[in-house]
Design a protein around this ligand. Structure first.
Ligand code: UD1
Length: 419
């Protein structure tokens, strides 16, 4: 198991290329199951979560080829059962349910594992499948969905914590091959949902309204092969933006969609940093320590929950008191106890972290507990005194392509050590 040593105090500058989006690539790869014809997906990031998805597709019978960032999937003959051994490592494996149900009219998928960020149910996905006419059984740790045929319906996917991203993806994929028109109300409007809808439309689906709260899907009899380039990863980009704020003078991100990063940009501007954008680049101009902020995580286009831990790291060193409240995953604060081991002064009050900025964090051995939490610990180490030792690095490799090399390219001093 690797660990990462961050030698703090180096200043970051220069430019870094952002990889393709993990959260787009996973459902888009799953969507390749919807057709017998080959699909070519470009800008697929080299991440362990992507490897798990490719393993799942192979297990289901698809032929998968990968040449650098391009993946070709041929799902000519598939089966519809994904057992625990292959889905347990990643929660996003749940997004094969929609395409399998759409194409085979049945799917059995073990209930997935993944990030330990509180209770993560899939009730809304199942409610959507039922609305399309499928029967749902949950037994022996498996979800089984099956239908004689799927029929379009109006479905409200809004839950207690807002819309569901993978739930919207799953219903869009199943409904693409249903009879008649499906309307998803309370749909997730994240850019990754739009990216999936664009790919499905390239395969011959008829989907309108992706990116809004109301998506209309007119079912078609079959889908065909297509080519697609995955959008840039806005969370990886946001993580580098925060790294630049913590330790940078002037850092430029290449291959980004600045529009997808508005909420993060606004937060950094409010905290005192400069942001410059062009069509596909974004530059963060450093300005020392942040001014205190009040942030609330909410569905897109508001501030993303996937950037909450990194902002905690930024605001831990600074002046005044900041408050970050989680409205999506109220228990997503596992990084807080680790940041406190580095000297951060943070108290948890319900779903809020109250952060009293300190002069400087100090390096310490810390434990990564989920993907974004581990990124936050690496970022915290960038300006901390001494060495920050981040253990359980496999979490970070699930969602960041060579984060150590990319940060070193900007001037950081990070070592990866095999333990
Ligand atoms: C996706 C992202 C993840 C991000 C999250 C929220 C992927 C692979 N992952 O996860 O990085 O943090 O969106 O932006 O795209 N919920 C229910 N019932 C359900 C489904 C969800 O109550 O059936 C709740 C969840 O517990 C959570 C909220 O709805 O409180 C949003 O979750 P959801 O959007 O579904 O997250 P994911 O799609 O799993």
């Amino acid at each position: 198991m690797d660990k990462i040593l961050v030698h703090g105090g180096q200043s970051l500058s220069g430019s870094v290329r952002v990889s393709g989006s993990k959260n787009s690539a996973l459902p888009i790869l799953a969507a390749c199951l919807l057709t017998k014809e080959p699909c070519i997906i470009r800008q697929v990031p080299d991440l362990s979560d992507v490897h798990y998805m490719l393993q799942i597709l192979s297990h289901l019978g698809a032929e998968v080829e990968r040449a650098s960032g391009t993946v070709t999937v041929r799902a000519e003959n598939i089966k519809s059962v994904a057992p625990y051994e292959i889905v347990r490592k990643m929660r996003a494996s749940v997004c094969v349910l929609g395409p399998l149900l759409g194409r085979e009219k049945e799917a059995t998928v073990s209930l997935p594992g993944g990030c330990v960020i509180g209770d993560r149910p899939i009730d809304l996905h199942l409610r959507g499948f039922e609305a399309l006419g499928a029967a749902v059984r949950v037994e022996c740790g498996n979800v089984k969905v099956f239908a004689a045929k799927l029929k379009g319906e109006t479905i409200n996917l809004r839950g207690k914590f807002g819309s569901t991203v993978l739930g919207t993806d799953n219903i869009m994929m199943a409904a693409a091959l249903a009879e008649g028109v499906t309307i998803i109300e309370g749909a997730a409007a994240e850019p990754e949902v739009v990216d999936l809808a664009n790919f499905l439309n390239a395969m011959g689906a008829k989907i309108e309204g992706a990116g809004t709260r109301r998506i209309v899907i007119e079912g078609v009899a079959e889908l065909h092969g297509a080519e697609h380039s995955v959008i840039p990863d806005r969370i990886e980009a946001g993580t580098f933006m925060v790294a630049a704020a913590i330790a940078g003078t002037r850092v430029t991100l290449r291959r980004v969609v600045p529009d997808h990063l508005k909420a993060v940009s606004e937060a950094l501007i409010q905290a005192g940093y400069g942001i410059e954008t062009s069509r596909d680049t974004l530059t963060v101009v450093g300005n020392g320590k942040p001014k205190p902020l009040e942030l609330l995580t909410e569905p897109y286009p508001s501030f993303p929950t996937d950037m909450q831990a990194q902002m905690c790291a930024l605001l831990s060193e600074g002046e005044g008191i900041s408050v970050i409240t989680e409205s999506i995953f109220p228990q997503r604060f596992m990084h807080v106890s680790e940041l406190k081991r580095m000297g951060a002064q943070i108290t948890l009050e319900g779903a809020s972290a109250v952060i009293k900025g300190v002069e400087r964090l100090s390096g310490a051995p810390v434990m990564a507990s989920d993907l974004r939490a581990s990124a936050a610990l690496v970022l915290a180490g960038l300006r901390a005194s001494g060495v920050t030792e981040v253990n359980r690095v496999y979490h970070i490799d699930r969602g960041y392509e060579s984060i150590d090399d990319k940060l070193n390219g900007l001037g950081a001093q990070i070592e990866r050590v095999k333990v």
